[in-house]
Design a protein around this ligand. Structure first.
Ligand SMILES: Nc1nc2c(ncn2[C@@H]2O[C@H](COP(=O)(O)OP(=O)(O)OP(=O)(O)O)[C@@H](O)[C@H]2O)c(=O)[nH]1
Ligand SMILES: [Mg+2]
Length: 363
């Protein structure tokens, strides 16, 4: 089959074609599926990084600094900002635009916002599609910023390679909320706003929670993240050479090679890295920890298994979606009739579903 002109332009690295395809995918219109199919063979090269956390933790500020470092390394970067409310007119994206302004002019950076809408799981699906389009366009790194609040937003983190969870001091309730889901999806923690009061306490809370979470796996050593241990030593020693704020949480120097997180029997343990995104402090070590996670994904059996598990899950979601679409198209009326029959108690939903499946497979 001949390559769709838009697919060809995306593969040629044209930012405007990329933006157009993203719009088609967003709206699920035009020949978006044909384009996605054609682009797929050229994907799988980009490293995808989710950046999530409570509102206002500093995700966009951090993303901005990460873009700068990645650009300095010559990487092509795509950023997908997911706004839980109204992405095109809302204040949050306006704020994000201001925070990432310097990168909007850069042809090596593609920034796109995405709406939270439609059915549960719809967001992660279109995010996954757009990540693939950016990948085919030639992005070396795709950063996906999403507020870690709803189920749908958290679902997005299951479509990326590495997830950074950004926390900040003074978010007591959020620290509690993190237990609900953010904790499990974290590959690396950033404790941002380390210039503020209470950063140390936030780090301790996180250490405690990750320790509790992995208590069963962690029998042989007290596996704290090395970068945090260093931070605390620095603070106790009177804040030696590293940058520090009034709270005493020490942010590692950009030049310091951040120690790799320890891996226990192949298991990845999320390191905790303090930073001050506003001043760009601790961002380079943070990126190093994230890169360490990428190496783990690619270089270990456990890492490769996780990649495969994610792919398996995505494939099943796609199958579920496609099956449902086909079933609804083929026998929407029969489904409606079954609903009425169940509502009148003439039929139970279990039998109804079985009958519908039988009917569908025979069509
Ligand atoms: N003191 C201090 N403030 C910071 C730091 N990083 C970001 N901020 C401020 O925190 C506020 C929120 O930053 P954003 O980067 O917009 O946070 P966000 O997590 O993207 O916010 P949402 O996208 O709205 O959830 C802004 O006013 C930033 O200037 C930091 O390291 N220290
Ligand atoms: Mg933001």
């Amino acid at each position: 089959m001949e390559l769709h002109p838009l697919a060809a332009k995306v593969l040629a690295g044209e930012p405007r074609a990329l933006a157009r395809v993203c719009r088609l995918v967003d709206d699920a219109v035009g020949e978006y599926r044909t384009i996605l199919k054609q682009l797929f063979p050229q994907t799988g090269r980009a490293w995808t990084v989710g950046i999530t956390g409570p509102p206002g933790a500093g995700k966009s500020t951090l993303t901005d600094k990460l873009i700068a470092i990645l650009r300095a390394k010559g990487k092509r970067v795509a950023v997908i900002a997911i706004d839980p409310t109204s992405p095109f007119t809302g204040g949050a994206i306006l704020g994000d635009r201001i925070r990432m302004q310097q990168h909007f002019e850069d042809p090596g950076v593609f920034i796109r916002s995405l709406a939270t809408r439609g059915a549960l799981g719809g967001l992660s699906r279109s995010a996954a599609d757009i990540i693939r389009v950016a990948d085919a366009w030639g992005a070396d790194v795709v950063l996906v910023e999403t507020v870690g609040v709803g189920q749908d937003e958290l679902e997005v983190t299951r479509t990326v390679d590495s997830t950074l969870v950004v926390m900040a001091p003074g978010m007591g309730d959020d620290i509690q909320a993190i237990k609900a889901g953010l904790l499990e999806c974290a590959d690396v923690f950033a404790v941002n706003k380390a210039d503020r009061e209470g950063a140390d306490a936030t780090i301790r809370d996180l250490e405690l929670m990750t320790a509790l979470g992995h208590a069963t796996r962690r029998t042989s050593h007290a596996g704290k993240a090395a970068s945090v241990q260093r931070g605390h030593h620095g603070a106790q020693a009177g804040c030696g050479s590293a940058h520090h704020g009034s709270c005493g949480a020490v942010v590692p120097d950009a030049q310091d090679a951040a120690p790799r997180a320890r891996h226990e029997q192949g298991h990845w343990e999320a390191p905790i890295v303090p930073c001050v995104a506003l001043r760009g402090e601790g961002v380079a070590p943070l990126l190093e920890q994230l890169e360490g996670h990428k190496e783990w994904l690619e270089g270990t059996e456990a890492g490769r298994e996780r990649k495969l598990a994610r792919l398996r899950e995505a494939m099943r979601n796609q199958l579920r979606q496609t099956l449902l679409e086909h079933a609804e198209r083929a026998m929407g009326a029969a489904i409606d009739a079954a609903v009425m029959a169940v509502s009148r108690r003439e039929l139970d939903p279990y039998t109804a579903a079985e009958q519908l499946v039988l009917q569908f497979t025979q069509t």
